[in-house]
Design a protein around this ligand. Sequence first.
Ligand SMILES: NC(=O)c1ccc[n+]([C@@H]2O[C@H](COP(=O)([O-])OP(=O)(O)OC[C@H]3O[C@@H](n4cnc5c(N)ncnc54)[C@H](OP(=O)(O)O)[C@@H]3O)[C@@H](O)[C@H]2O)c1
Length: 324
Amino acid sequence: MRAVLCKTLDGVDALELASIEPPKPAPGEVLIRVRTAALNFPDLLIVEGRYQVKPPLPFVPGMEMAGVVHELGEGVDGLSIGDRVSAVVTWGAFAEFAVARAERVVPLPDTMEFGVGAALGLAYQTVWHALKSRARLRKGETLLVLGASGGVGLAAVQLGRQVGATVIAAASSDAKLDICRAQGADHVINYRDADLRKELQATVGKNGVDVVLDPVGGPYSEPALRSLGWRGRYLVVGFAEGTVPKPPLNLVLLSERDILGVYVAEFFRREPRARLDLARELTGFVASGCFTPVISASLPLERFADAMKILQGREAIGKILLIM
Ligand SMILES: NC(=O)c1ccc[n+]([C@@H]2O[C@H](COP(=O)([O-])OP(=O)(O)OC[C@H]3O[C@@H](n4cnc5c(N)ncnc54)[C@H](OP(=O)(O)O)[C@@H]3O)[C@@H](O)[C@H]2O)c1
C-alpha cells in the first residue's frame, strides 16, 4: 500500500511517500481501507518528536480517517466487512489501509461523504468533550474561542452555537474572522491588530466571558484568562503558537475561576464508551443538518507535504483533507 512514512523525527520535509505492507488487525482491531484522512496540528508535532506520544520509528502519521471496513481482528463484533466508518487513531491514517481499535470506529450514515466523516474526528471530539464534559457550557453563556478559524477553533464556533452560547471568535486576520462569522460567531476580534482584553471588555462588559477555549497559547492566554467572569472556565486545549503560557494564579483565585485541562487521547483511553457516545452525537448533528465541517483544501495523498505545510504556515481554515 502507499503510505506516508516517518523514518526520522526531522519534520515534514523528511517524510516520504513509501510502498509498504498493509498492517494486520490484531485482536480487537479493525483494518480500514482509508478513503479520506484529515490533518490535525498534532500531526506536525508527532513527526518532530514533540507530541506526548512517541511511536516507534518508522511509523505512518495521521490521526483521523474515514473509509470502509476491510478486515476484522479476532473478537470484534458489531461491525462488518464493507461498513462505511470513521476512526480516530494516534498514528497510521495517512495510508491506503490503517488499523483502529474497534471502540474507536464509528459507523458513517450512508449519506455522509468520507471527507466529512474524516473531518469530524479528533478536533470535533476534542471540542465536544471540552465544551460539554469539561466546561459544561450552557445555553445563554458566552464562549470565547481563540484561533477560531483553525480545525479546533471552527469546531468550537459551530458547537458553541449548537449549545446556544454567544460565541466570540478571535483570530489573526479579518479574512479568517469572516469565515468565523459565516459559521455562526456572534462577535469577532482580530487579536493581531487589536488589544484582546480591551476588545473583550467592550464586547461583553464587566461580567466577562463564561468559557474560554484556547488551542493557541502564547500571548493571548493571559488576557483571555483575565477576561473570564465569576466562576468562568478556561479550557487549555493546545499551544499552536509554540509557547506554554504561565499565568499568575491570583487570576484564578480572585473570581473563583477554573482552569480545565483537555487531553482527548487519555479521555479516549479511559472512557471509550463516553467517547463513542460523543462521536455518535457529532455524526447525528451533521446528519441532521445542524452544521457541517468547513473543508478548505482536499489534496491527493502524494501532496501530503503541501497539506501539512498549510497547517505549519498558520494558513489552515477548518479542515484539510488527504484523498487516497
Ligand atoms: N488537547 C487535546 O486533546 C488536543 C486535541 C487536538 C488538538 N489539540 C491542539 O489544538 C491546537 C489546534 O489544533 P488544530 O488542528 O486546530 O490546528 P490549526 O487548524 O492549525 O489551528 C491552529 C490555530 O492556531 C493559531 N496559531 C497561532 N500561532 C500559530 C503558529 N505559530 N502556527 C500555527 N498556528 C498558529 C492559528 O490561528 P490564528 O492565525 O488566527 O492565530 C491557527 O488557526 C494544537 O495545539 C493541537 O495540538 C489538542
